[in-house]
Ligand binder design. Structure first.
Ligand code: ZN
Length: 193
């Protein structure tokens, strides 16, 4: 067994040992809201937003972007599980700011090994072959954090399957301070009505 699998299973054993009343939690989030945020390992939505098991939906992907699949989850979140308020939370120092669709396509074309970030940008240090398939994916990269939050709130609010009465709030998590900083123009765009 890999060391990581062993560590995960050990930790889970301890967690399950005191699982207790959480066995009786209902499926719908008790506090009726959802967070769309980045998968970045430094972000822990349960901690930065004060969530306990059963409280809220947390939808995560690279960048916390309003991809079609993120919207699929948000629609299920309100339509079947009753959430009524949503947050879009991107963050400072996001990896999605370090490349473009073209860079990612080129990197994957030359090698499937992990690339390295140097002062001159991403570079392949591993061997080929790669695959041109990466050129057909929109990686939803980020140029400007506030702008990406605004774009995603607008995309969610203007989606035909999202009802007008759900407010969407836009924030940036600061990885240096742990603080959530509002993006006022995004929250404004996410107002109900
Ligand atoms: Zn990120």
């Amino acid at each position: 067994m890999s060391k990581i699998v062993e560590e995960v299973l050990n930790a889970n054993g301890q967690y399950a040992a005191s699982f207790g009343d959480k066995a009786n939690l209902p499926m719908p989030p008790g506090r009726g809201f959802a967070i769309l945020t980045c998968m970045d390992a430094r972000l822990d939505p349960a901690k930065y937003a004060g969530l306990a098991e059963g409280d809220a939906h947390v939808i995560r992907n690279a960048g916390g972007r309003a991809s079609d699949d993120a919207i699929r989850s948000l629609v299920i979140s309100y339509k079947l599980l009753g959430t009524r308020e949503w947050f879009v939370i991107h963050h400072t120092d996001c990896g999605m700011e370090t490349f473009t669709n073209e860079i990612m396509g080129d990197l994957l074309s030359s090698s499937l090994k992990t690339a390295q970030l140097s002062e001159s940008g991403w570079q392949d240090v591993g061997t080929g072959p790669g695959s041109p398939d990466g050129k057909y994916i929109n990686w939803l990269t980020i140029k400007d954090q506030a702008q990406s939050v605004l774009e995603d709130v607008v995309r969610i609010k203007s989606h035909p399957l999202v009802p007008a009465e759900i407010p969407v709030y836009g924030y940036i998590f600061d990885v240096k301070s742990g603080k959530l900083i509002e993006v006022p123009e995004a929250t404004e765009a996410g107002k109900t009505g």
